[in-house]
Write a protein of this length. Sequence first.
Length: 198
Amino acid sequence: MIDVLPPTQPYLRPQYPVSTERLLLRPLSAHDVEAIHAYRSRPEVCRYVPFEPMTRELISERISSSWARSELTEEGQALTLGVVIAETDELIGDVVLFWHSREHASGELGYVFNPDFGGRGFATEAASAVLRLGFEELGLHRIVARLDERNEASAQLARRLGMRQEARLVQNELFKGQWSTELDFAMLADEWSARRTA
């Protein structure tokens, strides 16, 4: 029998910036519009994610509303953080933690990065920081990542994080005019702890 533990706290209020070895994670602001537009406007970046290439106007709109959140206080909310290289102060992507259920202590990880900064481990480093926030500060039991099977770079990132593939949903969704096969990855809090202490 598995012990059921409640979340350690009913909210997430990180101390900003959230620092990693090379990166700073912080809430997005109006000053980030150009840097975000540099990657979220690119068709190749948006190909396998649930949005189309974004205009500066749409990015500004998002920042003034849903992306401006700096804490999670209720299930159903999402915390989107800009990822900045500490040494250069360049914003190179954004990561998101969705809080799906308080009762089930479940969440979801998402990430979008500027491909100009790929191949250096920045996405892995930033996504790992989000897992830490979810498990260690919000007290989640389970975090998932759902992605299009054709997005091999995203699947490799989930595997590098230590998330295990739990499902392959064949042609489960009509996505941008084509049938998409979804891969579902997941990690549990005790798996996160084991990786941290290994």
